[in-house]
Design a protein around this ligand. Structure first.
Ligand SMILES: C[S@@+](CC[C@H](N)C(=O)[O-])C[C@H]1O[C@@H](n2cnc3c(N)ncnc32)[C@H](O)[C@@H]1O
Length: 410
């Protein structure tokens, strides 16, 4: 393992370039908007700011803001992402990093002699990992579980390295919007490999994690487990700036995407729990969450606008069998977002600025102009100077764009 002083030296050399932001690469959710955009928004403002991201995800906004010396807070409904965000944002003393490096080495070489854990109950686990990789992961995970609780920060860092390793060794492809599997499984390819391609993967990932952990953010950041529809644990009038990328109305399930991490780390213990969590989150439809949509009835206080109404009617009236179900999906998505917009003004300071980075979407041939509906919702809840800025095309599909919907509190 590279000596810690070497790691430290590298970190010090690159400090001017805001090395702590390298933590963005610990685990990615393919952020819908880039670190660059957050930096641009922050750079346009003066002084130290209190920044809020009500839909934290992998804590991109919070980490960028904290790395630039601001004080940032974010919320997420997913406990795994709350843990991930706080691990990315924490400050690590040199002593902790040294201890983590030692622990990683003894886990990698199996010095503790602990029994491997049993594989998590992920369905079709053999599609994810070949037998050698699975055996290796079970052994490494047992080593991490065996760490004494007084080394909590080391344990967190090693779990990040473990998450990176489990994805690296998996047969899944994360290049697209959602997880898919390689057609030709790695098992077939591995017939010609030897297992030394697996051994050492955890140690290498720990090295990479430690090199960016050595550089601590200049400001403070925290992720709270909190529902953005209520924001109940946030104090009144406390934020100068909100930057967020909420879920898009595109049926993407973050629980589905994150399930390998969540099962291995114990945030999910059985498949049914995943559907339950998805139902609680905004925008996802997976498993039981999809079947519940057909019985869903809007709240009496639901938002209505002609733009939304036209989309809902058009989707429900397509010839496709699932038209009515998808129309309900879109209605529920905006119902949930409306609950958020109705409470967010309470936590923002007067004259504060808000940025919602959002993509439009298309169901069959019907467009859903989320950016226009967000702007309407913000105006109806009393925000001023609402404007929609087009940011970029989202993929090769015509008409799909990302927007920054900007608003100001009175
Ligand atoms: C588009 S992602 C955020 C991406 C993030 N900007 C990043 O860089 O990773 C949306 C996030 O909203 C979270 N979410 C969904 N429903 C929520 C709710 N009701 N309250 C808080 N967070 C929620 C999801 O768990 C997901 O992490």
């Amino acid at each position: 393992m590279a000596s810690l002083s070497h790691t430290r030296q590298r970190a010090d050399l690159t400090f001017k370039h805001n090395m702590s932001e390298a933590r963005h690469g610990w685990l990615r959710l393919t952020p819908a908007y880039s670190v660059k955009l957050v930096k641009e928004i922050l750079a346009a403002r003066e002084g130290k700011l209190r920044v809020l991201d009500p839909f934290s995800g992998t804590a991109t906004t919070t980490l960028s803001a904290a790395s630039h010396g601001h004080s940032a807070c974010s919320c997420d409904i997913n406990p795994f992402l709350v843990w991930l965000g706080n691990t990315k944002l924490a400050s690590y003393a040199e002593e902790v990093l040294r201890k983590t490096a030692q622990l990683a080495e003894s886990i990698e070489y199996g010095k503790e002699g602990v029994l491997p854990v049993t594989p998590p109950p992920i369905s079709f686990i053999e599609r994810w990992w070949d037998p050698d990789s699975l055996k290796y992961l079970c052994r490494i995970k047992a080593g991490i579980d065996n760490i004494d609780h007084i080394h909590g920060q080391s344990r967190d860092l090693l779990l990040i390295a473990f998450c990176r390793t489990l994805i690296e060794l998996s047969n899944a492809s994360f290049g697209h919007q959602s997880v898919s599997f390689h057609k030709k499984t790695k098992t077939t390819q591995r017939l010609f490999w030897n297992t030394t391609g697996i051994e050492g993967a955890f140690l290498e990932n720990t090295r990479q994690v430690l090199s960016s952990a050595a550089d601590n953010p200049a400001g403070m950041g925290q992720v709270m487990e909190c529902d953005a529809r209520h924001l109940s644990n946030l104090p009144d009038e406390s934020f100068d700036l909100l930057i967020t990328s909420p879920p898009y109305p595109n049926r993407m399930s973050y629980i589905r995407e994150l399930r390998p991490y969540m099962f291995w780390l114990g945030y999910l213990k059985e498949a049914r729990e995943a559907g339950e969590m998805d139902w609680q989150a905004i925008g996802g439809t997976w498993g039981i969450a999809t079947s519940r949509l057909s019985d869903w009835i809007p709240l009496e206080s639901s938002f209505f606008s002609p733009t939304l109404g036209e989309s809902l009617t058009a989707i429900a009236n397509t010839n496709a069998k699932s038209g009515p179900l998808l129309s309900n999906y879109v209605a529920k998505y905006f119902d949930d977002m409306w609950q958020h917009f109705r409470v967010v003004s309470r936590v923002m300071k007067p004259r504060s600025e808000l940025h919602y980075v959002i993509g439009n979407s298309k169901f069959y041939q019907c467009m859903v102009h989320a950016e226009i509906i967000f702007a309407e919702m913000l105006r109806q809840t009393g925000f001023e100077d609402v404007e929609i800025k087009q940011l970029r095309k989202r993929n090769s599909k015509k008409e799909l764009y990302e927007f920054d919907v900007i608003a100001h509190r009175q």
